[in-house]
Ligand binder design. Structure first.
Ligand code: GLY
Length: 363
């Protein structure tokens, strides 16, 4: 994993990969490729590229008769438990103070119930806590200390989630003088991009597998019932209390049992600003193939990314976002902003990774 690299090598390697995108034309349709499928074979589960264990488990449980929400929560729990996945649960990368803060949401199609937790500390399974919010309260979102107190009442164990590897990665960032911190200079909101003013370029060029890793997982049963969950440790080195898209219903996750389920990974701020998952489900409801629905959301993000610090020298977003969608009939799709990402899928053809469609081709 790139986090093993010394901080400055890490930035240099990432800068090189960002340059690879520099020449792609800002022509959306030309770079689109249809990915995904499903042909109505259910059950189906789709997840982010780190999620093959999750989709495998979800489909296995659904075949055994499990509720789709229980199935996806059990699926992502495998990654929340894995200290080597530094994007979720135990081992997730911490905030700028070295404290792990987790975000998660769930949505259950048959009841249209939703639950979420944000900035949750010391509890390894935020997706399961989010499910309890949906089941046991009349609320949708609990945050911070309130979320922790609720989790403890529900019987979840408090523990230190900062692994030695995550602590060392945080120390490397500290040693690099917080070069990629999340504070902006007062006049940095929209500085012209000049060779001397590329702070944003360095930030966004960092390997997005590390910067915005997350797991989303949606599933549809043989009978067409849907559910989804998105769980994350969020943006590494974030300001304490920063909440990304993952626990925001309609942004990092949205499920409508009449249409389909969608989720997002990547730069959460961008997904929140277009209500990404809700937009993807709405596009499927209007008749789009899931892949086209994902591409449509990425176009919305690209067209609305106006801060120069977030653009490359061609005016394209300098960050990645990946959208995932599955329709009620089992047809699925996924797309990323910049070519080169994969998504996990499990169905009657097995458990595997497939290539995401993309908005911008690699040069
Ligand atoms: N998409 C995860 C986050 O931005 O926190």
């Amino acid at each position: 994993m790139s986090s093993n690299l010394p901080r400055r090598s890490f930035l240099a390697a990432a800068g090189a990969s960002a340059l690879a995108f520099a020449g792609a034309p800002r022509v959306f349709a030309r770079n689109q490729q249809r990915a995904g499928g499903g042909a109505g074979r259910r059950p189906v589960s789709i997840a982010s590229g780190n999620g093959v264990p999750a989709t495998t488990k979800a489909v296995e449980l659904i075949r055994d008769g499990a509720d789709p929400l229980d199935a996806v929560v059990a699926g992502v729990r495998i990654l929340e438990d894995d200290p080597n996945d530094m994007t979720v649960g135990l081992g997730g990368l911490p905030n700028e103070e070295g404290i792990v803060e987790l975000d998660a949401s769930v949505m259950h199609g048959p009841t249209h119930r939703a639950g979420a937790v944000a900035s949750l500390r010391n509890i390894r399974y935020p997706s399961a806590v989010a499910r309890e919010v949906a089941r046991r309260t009349d609320h949708v979102l609990l945050v911070s200390d309130g979320a922790l107190r609720f989790a403890k009442r529900m019987g979840f164990q408090e523990e230190n989630l900062l692994t030695e590897e995550a602590r060392r990665a945080w120390l490397r960032w500290k040693a690099g003088l917080n070069r990629d911190d999340n504070w902006l200079e007062p006049d940095q909101f929209d500085l012209p991009m000049t060779p001397d003013n590329r702070r944003g370029a360095a930030d966004a060029a960092i390997d997005d597998r590390i910067l915005t890793g997350t797991i989303h997982c949606s599933a549809v049963t043989a009978g067409g019932d849907l559910a989804g969950t998105t769980t994350t440790s969020g943006l590494p080195w974030k300001l304490p209390g920063r909440v990304g898209d993952s626990p925001i219903i309609g942004a990092g996750l949205y499920t409508d049992n009449a249409i389909g389920s969608a989720g997002a990974t990547g730069r959460g701020e961008a997904v929140i600003q277009v209500c990404g998952a809700n937009a993807a489900v709405a596009r499927m409801g209007a008749g789009d193939h899931p892949t086209d629905a994902c591409i449509a959301v990425l176009k919305m993000i690209s067209e609305r990314t106006r801060a120069r610090r977030l653009q490359d020298d061609k005016g394209r977003p300098r960050f990645n976002v990946v959208m995932y969608a599955v329709r009620k009939d089992g047809v699925y799709g996924s797309a990323c902003m910049h070519e080169g990402r994969q998504f996990a899928i499990s169905d009657e053809r097995g458990d595997r990774l497939e290539d995401c469609a993309f908005l911008y081709a690699r040069d």
